[in-house]
Design a protein around this ligand. Sequence first.
Ligand SMILES: [Zn+2]
Length: 313
Amino acid sequence: MEIPKKGLIDLHVHLDGSLSFDMARELAKMQGMEIKSEEALKRLMVVPSDCQDLNDYLTKFDYSLELLQTEKAITYSVCELLKIQKAQGLTYSEIRFAPQLHIRKGLRQEQVVAAAVRGLQGFSSSLILCCMRGADNQALNLETVEVAREYLGKGVVALDLAGAETLFPTKKFESIFREAGRKGIPFTIHAGEADGPESIWAALEFGASRIGHGIRCLEDRTLVRRLEKDKIPLELCPTSNINTKVFKNITDYPILKILDEGIKVTINTDNMTVSNTTVRRELQLLADTFHLSEIEIGHLIKNAEESMFENKK
Ligand SMILES: [Zn+2]
């Protein structure tokens, strides 16, 4: 079947993983940096077929982050990404990034977020601010929560927790999300991707209203029932999970099982450039591999519509 060309939604897309090569070149030019060749950009920003795991995948963000350290660069990249998403038939997106990764040249997190908000033009989109998994960044994460509160309803719709799941387990970040809860900021958390069901349990205990990935919930029956009963949306990103070797091939991807379980799932890109994909491509891949019907695809799109943070203001 053919995927609709309009009305698509991406609820899980990282800004730094989704800069097009044109954007990367323009950003380099803007900042007097070396303009890289197509080949070099591919090597720096797109995951190779022999990618080892999530930690390996995360190295593909280094160059983009180098380009995104000024207010002008951040505003430009959000604005350009929206143009691309609009051209791809999206009607809404929630773009996420970690303000604390954009402060290397002296910006404050508040300035980073203000610059991103200025980029939200001409298209219906919102921002999700990521806290980062790390050993010694508690103060930076708390600052992200503060800034999210300040901009909630003014471009920002939620918080997230991103980074290396197995190195820094979800449960270590409880105080951050308790604080978010106290401040009334909704959040999603990357969980059940590289790490197992216990990371999803921790996210739910903190009060997450969505789960980033969450595909490994299938390893725990009680958890599956809980997600289904509470209608907690999962932000699935199939190609990204193949890249990071959560599953070897797309044919191993348990979409039919997860749909059978009645869990509310949405289909997203994660990183348009790193994973070389679009929402339409992700849906097409699932439709082709698993012979999904028009009704099933329509259902996945509707799930995304119903799971937007914007609806929960
Ligand atoms: Zn992600």
